[in-house]
Design a protein around this ligand. Structure first.
Ligand code: URA
Length: 237
């Protein structure tokens, strides 16, 4: 039997987390009367239409990175993708262009995608943080706390069959665990019911080419898993 989460189950998980995937609160309603916490309330307000959702959040000022960014980097690719790649945060090039993975690491990622018979247009690429941390420092826990609901809602709308966490920061954020990349790769995880695999961040491969054989091994497995899931969906609908 396929290990993937049926769409119905995914929706019911979102119902549990957010109240309703389709629910948008009445803007005229007195929110102080609500029993939900502010963050739950904010999540419930997310639009169920992808473009509306992007439009609604792209002026975010929930953390100080909103002031220092050039562009909010929502994500790029196919909103119906079966494969979603999640990086850490925009860097300088991404901040300037408003598109994830367009710098050197992004160019390497594009090559890796081609090597596993995929293109940017077929997948969806996003980051844990949507705004660039100054000097590319690691995301702070409070930034992740504010920003992760955006990623969670993106995943809920895209409903990928497979998520790939690129690097330790994306992996530890999504999996809520502290471990080394070496220990996390080659293991089967799930995030919100969706299969998740961990591999090296392309920037790590640029820094240390010694990681490349292991990364290639990971991406071949990712390709095989993705293709098996696509086939399974074709056969079973
Ligand atoms: N590194 C990331 O994690 N994300 C980007 O978008 C670019 C570099």
């Amino acid at each position: 039997m396929s290990a993937e989460v049926p769409k119905k189950q995914f929706l019911s998980q979102e119902m549990e987390l957010f109240g309703s995937p389709l629910y948008r609160p009445d803007p005229n309603q007195d929110s102080s009367a609500s029993v939900t916490s502010q963050s739950q309330h904010a999540e419930m307000a997310f639009a169920s239409d992808f473009t509306t959702f992007q439009h609604d959040i792209e002026n975010c000022q929930k953390c100080p990175l909103g002031k220092s960014r050039t562009h909010f980097v929502f994500g790029v690719g196919n909103p119906n993708a079966d494969l979603m790649l999640v990086g850490e945060a925009p860097g300088r090039d991404e901040d300037l262009q408003g598109i994830p993975f367009v710098g050197r690491a992004g160019q390497l990622l594009d090559k890796i995608l081609v090597a596993i018979n995929l293109s940017r247009d077929e997948v969806f690429i996003a980051n844990v943080l949507k705004c660039r941390p100054p000097n590319n420092r690691d995301p702070l826990p409070e930034e992740v706390e504010q920003c992760e609901p955006y990623l969670r809602h993106q995943i809920a709308l895209i409903k990928p069959k497979l998520i790939v966490a690129l690097g330790r920061v994306a992996a530890k954020t999504l999996l809520r665990m502290e471990d080394t990349l070496k220990n996390m790769r080659q293991k089967a995880f799930t995030y919100e019911g969706v299969d998740l695999r961990v591999t090296y961040h392309p920037a790590a491969l640029l820094r240390n080419s010694g990681f490349k054989p292991a990364a290639w091994e990971d991406f071949q497995q990712i390709r095989d898993l993705y293709q098996a899931k696509r086939k399974d969906a074709e056969v079973n609908g």
